[in-house]
Design a protein around this ligand. Structure first.
Ligand code: SAM
Length: 496
């Protein structure tokens, strides 16, 4: 593929289990924090939820006055960004006025339609595209988009029927010069969006996804549940793919398409449902007992503590599972039921949290800990491994509940504990760890402001802890994000 030729440190290979893959070609390998490539989006669309709030070109906060008066669908942060998109927007504008109607009549997702429309209009104006703001950023063509995989046959009749209807309506609304593809080709394009599109974070300092974009080069990067790269907004609709650890020559580069701090089962179900493949990454294929998944989703025997993990195999469905310590056997169903009860409590607490019933949510989470954490009073004499993903998630929600309910010292203790528990199962250079360190620094600052600690030596120690937390956040974000990213700047600012 021609776009890979523009990136000398990478090589395209064919992997029997995953299709095309990118591997490191640099003989000396690449260090953590190295930008593997910058790539300008072939096309992107700000999510409807952020309509009017986010610039359509750089994903900074928009200036509501710099908006298209005809369709009122697209807003920009500056005249420069508006000029950047003008040639494409002129073609899409009349159709955008009808986008709600097309979405409603066809039953097609509004954001998918907007991205398809933008791709069609970009294709018609490819020659007029301005150079990317970052020199050396890879620029792709519609032919590169067509090389991306799709799985429309797996998306079901209902999806295919509604997208075909939506595609037909889009094409009917476009001028003949733009509408040169068939409706079936547009459906395949939608399939490519489904398998390959990237969620791009905003450029606002808020950790939120605000746009969906097509990057034909980044679209060649496969998924791993133990990734060695991250992607993030680099401004001007450009993505930066960075190495999060040293990657030797010949190793495949891989990103994660999902939250990796979930059980193997949950991750595989999510990838099957959303991306339509069975994950063949190393973490998902190694024996459960040798994998970090053993702890992420581990159930322990109360008599033996954390050394008493139950050993089983998800693939061969060994039943019952035996405790590694004392050999006690428990039926797989019993273990599954135990985990499901914990998951149900967490879901209940999250629901209360979402409806701002913080005290109720905290009570449910305390109950969850009493019954499923180390030293639990559960009659089955089981407990979840201390780094089990349900427990760490529960602790994160509990810290937010306590903070909102004014129990700030408890929130501090929860956040500290989350980090201790996550450390053994989550990669240090990950967005999740960076957020946890930021949240810890934040809660210490709140406690200091409210004079939770009065002893001078204790206050000094907490100040040092606050500094260390923000420093850890800065260190991780410097590896994962570009230098000028607002989330990195926000953490640096808190360091003082
Ligand atoms: C974004 S594309 C990645 C590039 C793709 N391999 C290609 O040939 O164009 C995503 C597709 O790659 C394959 N894939 C990616 N990661 C995988 C994994 N961990 N296990 C199995 N297949 C994977 C799946 O077919 C998936 O739909």
């Amino acid at each position: 593929m021609s776009v890979v030729a523009n990136v000398p440190s990478l090589r395209l290979v064919h992997d029997a289990r995953k299709g095309r893959a990118l591997v490191v070609a640099a003989p000396e390998g690449v260090a953590a924090g190295t930008v593997l490539f910058y790539e300008k989006a072939y096309a992107g669309a700000v999510l409807s939820a952020f309509k009017g709030a986010i610039c359509n070109v750089c994903y900074k906060a928009a200036d509501p006055d710099i908006c298209c008066d005809d369709c009122s669908e697209v807003t920009y942060c500056s005249d420069e960004c508006q000029a950047h998109m003008q040639h494409v927007h002129e073609l899409e504008c009349p159709v955008l006025e009808d986008i709600d109607l097309i979405a409603k009549k066809s039953g097609t997702d509004r954001d998918l339609l907007r991205l398809l429309l933008r791709m069609l209009c970009t294709r018609a104006t490819e020659a007029a595209r301005p150079s990317p703001a970052i020199p050396g950023a890879v620029v792709t063509t519609f032919d590169d988009v067509l090389q991306m995989v799709h799985a429309t046959q797996l998306l079901g009749d209902a999806w295919n029927t509604s997208v075909l209807k939506g595609a037909t309506m889009l094409l009917d609304a476009l001028t003949p010069a733009v509408a040169t593809l068939s409706a079936k080709d547009v459906v395949e394009l939608a399939g490519r969006v489904n398998e390959n599109s990237y969620s791009v974070d905003s450029w606002t300092g808020q950790p939120q996804v605000t746009a969906v974009c097509m990057f034909p080069l980044a679209g060649l990067v496969n998924h791993s549940c133990d990734p060695n790269c991250t992607w993030s907004n680099a401004g001007d609709s450009i993505v930066a793919v960075k190495a999060t650890r040293f990657i030797p020559c010949g190793e495949e580069i891989a990103l994660t398409y999902i939250d990796t701090n979930q059980s193997r089962d949950v991750r595989q179900r999510e990838l099957r449902a959303t991306k339509h493949f069975d994950c063949r990454c190393e973490r998902c294929t190694e024996a459960l007992a040798d994998s970090v998944d053993f702890r992420v989703d581990g159930v322990c025997c109360a008599a033996c503590g954390v050394d008493g993990l139950f050993v089983g195999s998800l693939t061969t469905k060994v039943n019952p599972w035996a405790c590694k310590g004392c050999g006690r056997e428990v039926a797989v169903d019993g273990i599954e039921q135990f985990k499901q009860q914990a998951a149900a409590l967490l879901a209940r607490a999250e629901k209360s949290y979402d409806t701002r019933q913080y005290k109720e949510a905290a009570a449910v989470l305390d109950d969850l800990r009493d019954h499923f954490d180390v030293g639990s009073s559960n009659p089955s004499s089981l407990f979840l491994h201390p780094s089990h993903y349900i427990l760490t998630k529960a602790l994160r929600v509990l810290s937010d509940c306590n903070l909102k309910a004014g129990a700030i010292e408890a929130a501090y203790a929860n956040r500290k504990e989350v980090i201790q528990r996550l450390r053994t199962v989550v990669q240090e250079n990950s967005f999740l760890m960076a957020t946890c360190y930021f949240d810890l620094g934040d809660v210490i600052a709140i406690c200091l402001k409210h004079q939770v600690w009065t002893d001078d030596a204790e206050v000094d120690a907490k100040r040092a802890e606050l500094h260390a937390a923000f420093q850890s956040c800065v260190d991780i974000r410097a590896v994962c994000l570009v230098e000028s990213h607002p989330l990195l700047l926000a953490a640096q600012e808190r360091l003082g």
